[in-house]
Each structure stands twice: as structure tokens, then as C-alpha cells.
Design a protein around this ligand. Structure first.
Ligand code: SF4
Length: 335
């Protein structure tokens, strides 16, 4: 446990956390919505600081990041807690737990995690993932600073629900982001995630403005966020505000946590893929067995430059610096 950053003290030992757009006002002895930031006698504490649920060397494609050092591996870590409460959460065992509720947390210092990352062969850096990394912000930032000093990469997989100031500090050290854009509909965010859409859009714009590598994931849930005109509006916004070359991952939903709606039909994914691909250069479909939406094609000469079979990646169609080896078009970031 360590003192949290980004909060203010109010009268009567009350604090207000400013880390995410919830801006929770927290009384002494209570926690914020994320369950992991607690007011201890007028001081806001990060309860999950350095407390990890998992450490795995994952393929970068699993984040998913398809245009950031494809075929590489990244040491991925997560803790407990989340600042959203999605009824369809795909990993609620960790995201909806507090430090006391989750058994088996392992405590690390940032220096220890860095050592592990440096000693892990074939590893490009650290990915802050599994649960929402915003809610272990202090540990993430401290580790990211150390990783940067050692020229390791920092990857952030997030719901994008973070306030401007803390994000700006994180942008100094983060190299690549995958942001979950859950829907383009405020009612959806309020009803199914207990959050708001606008701050997520702001976060995406801020990352883009900072020039960091950005990919977006959208979990497609039948009947909840599959309205075609809203989906088209989301794709148009991404195209217009973030750029045609913004990498977009459609992800298949499976029933989890409180939602029992049936899995996304492949025909629905096909339909939405076609809508997205009309405007965006790079669209992928994930969480399915089929490989047909996994490969990367050069927008310049249409050559297939990266072939993916599950997490097996063949990037022979790329030059060492990430360009198409046929026509030289820029395709991926290599670091
Ligand atoms: S990070 Fe947690 S405590 Fe802070 S505002 Fe967000 S939900 Fe509330």
C-alpha cells in the first residue's frame, strides 16, 4: 500500500480522487468505486500497489496489438480492481475484486518487476493489462519509468477511463496503447459499464495527439451495441478524429459475469467488419477460431505482409523497420 497520487483533501478527513472521471469523494475508512483506493485518516492510499494477480510472457498479439512489433512477446502484469463495472466483464474474478477478496496476490516492488522483465528472454518490455491498469496507476507509472530507463517498452491495455492530467504523465513513458471503446453510446456506458463515453473519446484523442501507438478494441455484443447506424457513427468518428490508419479490433463476445446473452454470431461480426473496413485501413476480428481476419495487407500494393495463425506470426512481408517489403509503405511500428 502506498499513498495515491492525484487526489485532494477536503474538510473532515474527506478526500476526492482525481485519477479517473468518476472523481470519487471518499469518506474516512471507505474506498472509491474501483475498490482499491481507500481513504485512511484523510490520506488516499493505493491498496493494490505492487499486488499482482498474474505475470505472463504473452504474445503482443494477445493484447491485442497487431501493428506494434508483431510477433514479439511482452511480460504482462495485472492486479485487482476496475473503475468500470461492465455486466459483460470477461475477467470479473480480478476486475471486480478488492485486495482483501482476491486470494493469491503476490507483492512486487517496481525494481523487482523490472529485474524480472530484464531477465526474461525474448521480452520487449512490460504490458499493464488483465485488470484496468488505471487503478494501479502509481505502480504502473513507477515501473514504466524504470523500464524506459532500460529501453524496455511499456504497453497499456485500458478502458480509457482516466483523467487528462494522470494520462499526460503516463504518456511520457508509455509506448503503445490498446483502448477498449465499448460502444458509441452514452446510454450503453451508463447502463452496462457504470461509466461515460465522453472521457473515453477524450482519452483516445489525447493519446493520438501525443503521437503514441494506438489500437482500439470493440467487443461486439448482440442486441447491446450492434446498432448499425451507431456503429457506423463510431467508425466515422475514429476515421475523422483519429485517422484512417487507426487499427481497429472487433472482438467476439462470450457470455460472462452477469450477462447471459448468447455469443456474437459470426455473421454479425462479418457485417460489422465490412462496415468498419469501408472506412478504416486495418480492421481485424478477434476471439474467434477462424484466421481469415487476422492477416495484415499492405494498403499500398495489397500484398499480404503479416500472416497470423493463432499466435504464430510470420512477418516475412515486412522489412526490419516495419515497411512493406514489396512497395515500401509504412505498416507497423517496430519500437
Ligand atoms: S480511480 Fe477509483 S477512487 Fe479514483 S476516481 Fe476512479 S473509481 Fe474513484
Amino acid at each position: 500500500m502506498t499513498e495515491a497520487s492525484h487526489y485532494i483533501r477536503k474538510d473532515g478527513q474527506i478526500v476526492q480522487c482525481l485519477l479517473c472521471p468518476h472523481n470519487c469523494t471518499i469518506r474516512n475508512g471507505k474506498e472509491g468505486i474501483c475498490k482499491v483506493r481507500k481513504n485512511e485518516n484523510g490520506m488516499l492510499m493505493s491498496e493494490n500497489y505492487g499486488k499482482l494477480t498474474a505475470i505472463h510472457l504473452d504474445p503482443i498479439e494477445k493484447k491485442p496489438l497487431y501493428h506494434f512489433i508483431p510477433g514479439s512477446y511482452v511480460l504482462s502484469v495485472g492486479s485487482v480492481g476496475c473503475n468500470m463495472q461492465c455486466v459483460f466483464c470477461q475477467n470479473s474474478e480480478i476486475s471486480q475484486s478488492s485486495v482483501d477478496q482476491y486470494l493469491g496476490l503476490k507483492t512486487y516492488r517496481a525494481e523487482e518487476l523490472l529485474q524480472l522483465a530484464m531477465q526474461t528472454s525474448g521480452n520487449i518490455g512490460l504490458a499493464y493489462t488483465y485488470n484496468e491498469p488505471t487503478v494501479f496507476y502509481e505502480f504502473m507509472l513507477e515501473t514504466a519509468m524504470l523500464a524506459r530507463e532500460q529501453k524496455l517498452k511499456n504497453v497499456v491495455v485500458s478502458n480509457g477511463y482516466i483523467s487528462e492530467k494522470p494520462l499526460q504523465a503516463l504518456l511520457e513513458y508509455a509506448d503503445a496503447f490498446n483502448i477498449d471503446l465499448k460502444a458509441f453510446d452514452q446510454t450503453f456506458y451508463a447502463k452496462y459499464a457504470h461509466a461515460s463515453l465522453e472521457p473515453v473519446k477524450k482519452c483516445l484523442l489525447q493519446i493520438r495527439k501525443a503521437g503514441k501507438h494506438l489500437e482500439i478494441t470493440n467487443l461486439l455484443i448482440p442486441g447491446l451495441n450492434d446498432n448499425e447506424s451507431v456503429f457506423r457513427e463510431m467508425i466515422s468518428w475514429i476515421n475523422g478524429e483519429l485517422g484512417t490508419d487507426t487499427i481497429f479490433h472487433l472482438s467476439r463476445y462470450f457470455p460472462r459475469y452477469k450477462l447471459t446473452v448468447e455469443s456474437t454470431p459470426v455473421s454479425l461480426l462479418e457485417n460489422m467488419y465490412a462496415i468498419a473496413a469501408r472506412q478504416l485501413t486495418y480492421v481485424y476480428v478477434g476471439n474467434i477460431r477462424e484466421n481469415r481476419w487476422q492477416d495484415t495487407y499492405c494498403p499500398g500494393c495489397h500484398a499480404c505482409v503479416v500472416v497470423r495463425d493463432g499466435y504464430q506470426v510470420n512477418r516475412n512481408g515486412l522489412t526490419a523497420d516495419g515497411n512493406c517489403s514489396h512497395c515500401g509503405s509504412r505498416i507497423v511500428a517496430m519500437g
